[in-house]
Design a protein around this ligand. Structure first.
Ligand code: ZN
Length: 416
């Protein structure tokens, strides 16, 4: 089921404790073949709070608060059984991709476990051995445990927040009633929020497509702007809402590397020169080749990226690019998430044959790429012709897909 909804159910179940942090919504490696669609995990830090709490959501008509500090609670067998019951009541085990995992721990696992799970393909046994949770339960293939451990192991660096609003249960599965114009208005009025609305596809990205309990989610840099942004959206009744601390829009999944060292299932940032003019293949995908002088890799912008593929109309061999994206195994390619044109190649066009340096007459072409010859017998090379530099249609800088086709983890240019 919807993992974030489960978080709100667990907050209710453990109402005798205080939240010592926002509930976490942590996205993990988007290239792992056996992941769930959003590949997200949630984590709650529960204990006895101290300091001045702030309101971060609403549940059963009551505000949910979170404390700036406090003391952890040691988990007990009783806590563990209660958490398992909540998950078993809600999880949809019949879905092949639902492989829940739960851990309860009073020790924060090493942060390397987060970086491994967001950037690489990790080993469950090793994750468990290093995290040593007091209690753990994996259902079905146990892989959910990797997410659970990694969400707790995460040390946020420049995190974002997401306010998630949930529907009344009678509305689940029915078409969502959200006023589209109010979403566009909210998007323009709150510049610290991102990925709200796709103006190209005229599509509300804040609302999921699945029949889950979520009505919408608003992502942003400034947590304090989110409740106001949500209030600007006109919609059906909201049954509960919660602000999550997330790694969405951070580029945490990206590893800076070289074209010569690409590993499948990772996400990379590489620099190279375009070596073949971009071409569109069956299905509307755009492909170009990128080289670092030693190795060449294909880069693909898939059809769902829509207008992002237009970059193919302007790239020419020799352009220097920084490309970010996920490395696919078959076909071996970088699935491009973002591009920065660092340097445009000089493109020139021939305007006239060269003049003979001896007799100042126009020379004649010997043949394609073979240079020029004068009637006096003098020969010169191809580069002696008269050229003029062409203005390039492209400009240097960043390019990204439209709002509706970005990955959860990709940092939007707006945030860079
Ligand atoms: Zn001559």
């Amino acid at each position: 089921m919807c993992t974030t909804y489960l978080a709100t159910e667990l907050i209710r179940e453990f109402g005798e404790f205080d939240l010592l942090e926002h509930p976490r919504l942590v996205r993990l490696n988007p290239n792992v073949p056996w992941k769930t669609r959003g590949n997200g995990a949630i984590a709650l830090k529960l204990g006895n709070g101290s300091g001045r709490p702030k309101t971060i959501g609403e549940l059963d008509g009551k505000p949910v608060e979170c404390f700036p500090s406090g003391t952890n609670t040691k988990p007990t067998e009783g806590h563990y059984e209660r958490a398992c019951r909540v998950i078993e009541d809600l999880a949809m085990f019949e879905d092949a991709n639902t492989n829940p995992g739960l851990i309860m721990t009073s020790r924060k696992p090493p942060q390397a476990l987060y970086w491994g799970a967001v950037r690489e393909v990790v080993d469950l046994k090793r994750h468990m051995a290093l995290a040593k949770p007091e209690f753990s339960k994996g259902w079905k293939n146990n892989r959910g445990l990797i997410g659970a451990i990694s969400a707790v192991a995460w040390r946020p660096r420049a995190p974002t927040h997401e306010l998630i609003a949930y529907r009344e249960q009678i509305m689940w599965g029915k078409p969502r009633n959200i006023n589209e114009a109010s979403v566009r208005k909210m998007d323009r009025a709150f510049p610290t929020t991102f990925n709200n609305y796709d103006y190209e596809e005229m599509h509300m990205v804040i609302a999921p497509a699945s029949p889950c309990p979520i009505l919408y989610g608003i992502r942003g840099d400034k947590e304090q702007d989110l409740p106001e942004a949500a209030a600007a959206v006109r919609s059906e009744r909201i049954a509960r809402h919660m602000i999550f601390l997330t790694n969405q829009g951070t580029d945490d999944h990206i590893t800076r590397t070289s074209i010569s060292r690409l590993e499948p299932f990772t996400s990379v940032s590489v620099i190279g020169n375009v070596t073949s003019a971009p071409r569109t293949i069956k299905g509307g995908h755009l492909i170009f080749s990128l080289s670092n002088g030693h190795n060449v890799v294909d880069c693909t912008i898939y059809e769902p990226a829509k207008s992002f593929r237009r970059i193919g109309e302007v790239l020419v061999p020799g352009d220097r690019l920084l490309v970010m994206g996920g490395v696919r195994e078959k076909p071996f390619t970088i699935n491009v998430e973002k591009v920065r044109i660092q340097k445009l190649a000089n493109v020139r066009e021939k305007v006239a044959n060269p003049m003979c340096p001896k007799c100042s007459k126009r020379m004649k072409s010997i043949g394609k790429d073979q240079g020029y010859r004068c009637s006096c017998g003098k020969k010169v090379g191809e580069n002696e012709a008269e050229f003029r530099a062409l203005r390039r249609a492209a400009s240097t800088g960043w390019y990204e897909p439209p709002v509706g086709s970005r990955r959860h983890l990709s940092k939007p240019l707006k945030r860079m």
